[in-house]
Design a protein around this ligand. Structure first.
Ligand SMILES: [Zn+2]
Length: 395
């Protein structure tokens, strides 16, 4: 791999190819992107429906890379879709094609223990350099504990999580595996279960941010995946949401309280509504046959309020609701936060959870005992292409 990279960088340096970093602007679509770079619109129209829809997921404000030849013509571009997948555009003598390819990164499992001097948020950020870790910790306990009232100096916390690294630097959002805090001698924990949901020490689902199911009595027809390899098509695919199969005209409800930030037509998602919620969450409801009368940008909606009706508009093969969930612009699995009928685990599920909890509790003990120190980074990257030294290697 290294040899290939060296070989490529040699060719590129001889042929004076230039790599530029550009920003995906407000209102940019894949078609406007092609037009601005003097590329044929057929690049878009030749894509299949799934890949066309994937181009709607490019995140406003995120950087992408463009490589040009000495005459300024685009030779390649890498446009991130999420932290695992990017669109790779290649052009040769005016003939261009695009395909989703993986963003390679290494996932490291990390853990640390901290003694609280100031506040959990302040101390975690100071010790790790990561605002995201601080937010995740505070967000996890915000509905169950009152740090301001009950914390004492010297109380301790442990976090166990996964962090992605690219070119030796942390990037994208960490994934919490478990965490605990001791307050006045009592321990409170949050644990990730096999169902991708978080539960507290008693097996009750953590009420950080819980969404209501947006359609009643609907079957899930397609689940969330950030990236998978399609063995027949021999291509990478992604499905950045959950599909609920439902009859055309079935009411769609806002999954949480929030503010409508978009209600309009989108080439891939058809009639679509986007709602902003607390804690930098956004939900997306696509392929609606029609909007509820009066739904428009800027209006506030309540959880459970009808916002539109199931349909098959945009690039869709049949009536269903495509439901997307984003945290800071990154697509996450809606099923991890959609409320289930009962919020507490029981039976086999509960005993499986208790096994997982026991392992983490033992791990907490170890970190408390050994006072595991956090690894500290000064430049956490939440977006994908920013570091200077990744420029040469990434293309
Ligand atoms: Zn879908």
């Amino acid at each position: 791999m290294r040899i290939i990279l060296l070989f490529f960088s040699l060719i590129y340096s001889l042929s004076a190819h230039q790599v530029a970093y550009e920003r995906w602007g407000d209102g940019e679509t894949f078609l406007t992107f092609l037009e601005r770079h003097n590329l044929p619109s057929s690049v878009y129209y030749d894509l299949d429906d799934e890949d066309k829809t994937l181009t709607e997921e490019i995140i406003t404000g995120f950087n992408y890379q463009v490589m040009r030849d000495d005459q300024g013509r685009v030779v390649q571009a890498l446009i991130p879709i999420n932290d695992e997948l990017q669109l790779h555009l290649t052009c040769n003598d005016g003939a261009c094609s695009v395909a989703p390819i993986p963003i390679e990164s290494q996932v490291r499992r990390e853990a640390f223990m901290l003694e609280i001097n100031n506040s959990p948020y302040y101390d975690i950020e100071k010790a790790t350099g990561s605002k995201a870790l601080a937010q995740i910790f505070v967000g996890g306990f915000k509905n169950s504990l009152n740090f301001r009232r009950d914390l004492q100096k010297g109380d301790r916390l442990v976090m166990v999580y996964e962090q992605r690294y690219r070119f030796g630097k942390p990037f994208s959002m960490p994934k919490l595996l478990s965490t605990m805090i001791e307050m006045r001698g009592k321990r409170y924990g949050i644990y990730l279960h096999e169902d991708d949901r978080y539960y507290d020490q008693s097996g009750a689902q953590v009420e950080g941010f819980l969404l209501a199911t947006p359609v009643r009595n609907a079957r899930i027809s397609s689940r969330f995946t950030k990236r998978r390899f399609h063995p027949v098509l021999k291509r990478y695919r992604a499905h950045l949401g959950v599909d609920y199969a439902a009859r055309s005209g079935t009411p769609i409800m806002a999954a949480g309280n929030g503010k409508v930030i978009y209600a309009g037509y989108n080439r891939g998602y058809g009639n679509v509504v986007k709602i902003n919620h607390e804690g930098s969450y956004t939900t997306l409801y696509a392929h609606m046959t029609s909007f509820k009368k009066g739904i428009k940008n800027g209006m506030r909606v309540k959880q459970g309020e009808v916002i539109g009706y199931v349909g098959s508009t945009g690039l869709s093969t049949g009536p269903h609701l495509h439901f997307g969930l984003y945290k800071n612009g990154n697509a996450i699995n809606p099923e991890s936060v959609v409320q289930v009928a009962t919020n507490a685990l029981s039976g086999k599920q509960r005993s499986a959870f208790m096994q997982i909890k026991k392992k983490y509790d033992q791990e907490f003990d170890t970190h408390l005992e050994t006072q595991t120190a956090p690894s500290r980074f000064d430049d956490f990257q939440y977006v994908y292409y920013l570091s200077e030294d990744s420029k040469k290697e990434a293309l």
